[in-house]
Write a protein that binds this ligand. Structure first.
Ligand SMILES: [Zn+2]
Ligand SMILES: [Zn+2]
Length: 252
């Protein structure tokens, strides 16, 4: 049994075929899902999807790309969303200096505000980091009581170690399976009690579906790749990653 710890189920192609998406996932033994919000509107959509389905949990947050668009009261909206039982984390938050869709100073401000919410509510965070290793580490270090997950990890081993040392988990997505990726070498060094798997659907479809719209069932291919990297049976990776997700997000 696997948990897709990061998917965006409110995207049209996924939500319009949710029953099909979930039953195809079940065939691949992916049975629980975390629907991650990237702005207030989408976080509300995650909440309503999760309220309708016991196997789906949700998070509320503002993605660095959306940081430029926050309106007054956005932090209150996250606090309100976090009151619901199916809401298990704050995020996705973070920094993306690859695309810099929001100004870096705005990204940092919105990231910090969400770290404060997580600290205040004693909830885990889901963070996104692209080409921003040093600044992400600096922000995380300022909130030492908070833990969470480095979603869609794509940095180097030193950065992974910095996150691990601060108590964070490392989550791998489809890019772990890409040809010539540096990530298998990194993944090999991550302790099995600190690793998670995800799809980031509808993005980043793993091999053998690379380039096509992704869906949560394909967490399976990420987990199989991890098993191959660690040279252990798939069932063992499934057990570890599921236990880790249950513990981090306090799933019931
Ligand atoms: Zn992301
Ligand atoms: Zn995402």
């Amino acid at each position: 049994m696997l948990i897709d710890t990061h998917c965006h189920l409110y995207y049209k192609d996924l939500i319009n075929d949710l029953d099909g998406v979930l039953s195809r996932a079940k065939e691949l033994d992916v049975t629980r899902f975390i629907c991650v919000g990237t702005n207030i509107t989408d976080s509300k959509a995650c909440l309503s999807i999760s309220e309708d389905n016991d196997s789906i949990f949700a998070s509320a947050g503002v993605h660095p790309h959306d940081a430029k668009d926050v309106s007054d009261g956005w932090t209150d909206a996250i606090y309100e969303l976090m009151e619901y039982e199916s809401m298990i984390a704050v995020g996705e938050m973070g920094l993306d200096y690859f695309r810099n869709i929001s100004d870096p100073d705005v990204q940092k401000k919105v990231f910090r505000a969400q770290m404060r919410i997580a600290q205040d509510l004693n909830r885990p965070v889901i963070f996104h980091n692209r080409n921003a290793d040093a600044d992400v580490i600096e922000v995380l270090a300022d909130y030492p009581e908070v833990i969470g997950v480095a979603h869609c990890f794509s940095s180097n081993l030193d950065t992974a170690k910095a996150f691990l040392n601060m108590g964070y988990y490392i989550s791998f997505s489809g890019n772990l399976t890409f040809k010539n990726s540096h990530l298998p070498e990194v993944a090999k060094a991550i302790p099995l009690n600190r690793v998670l798997v995800e799809t980031d659907s509808p993005y980043l479809s793993p091999v053998p579906h690379r380039g096509k719209p992704n869906e949560p069932g394909r967490t399976r291919f990420v987990a199989e790749k991890l098993a191959e990297i660690h040279n252990i049976p798939f069932e063992e990776i499934a057990k570890h990653t599921t236990e880790n997700a249950v513990e981090l997000f306090r799933l019931t």
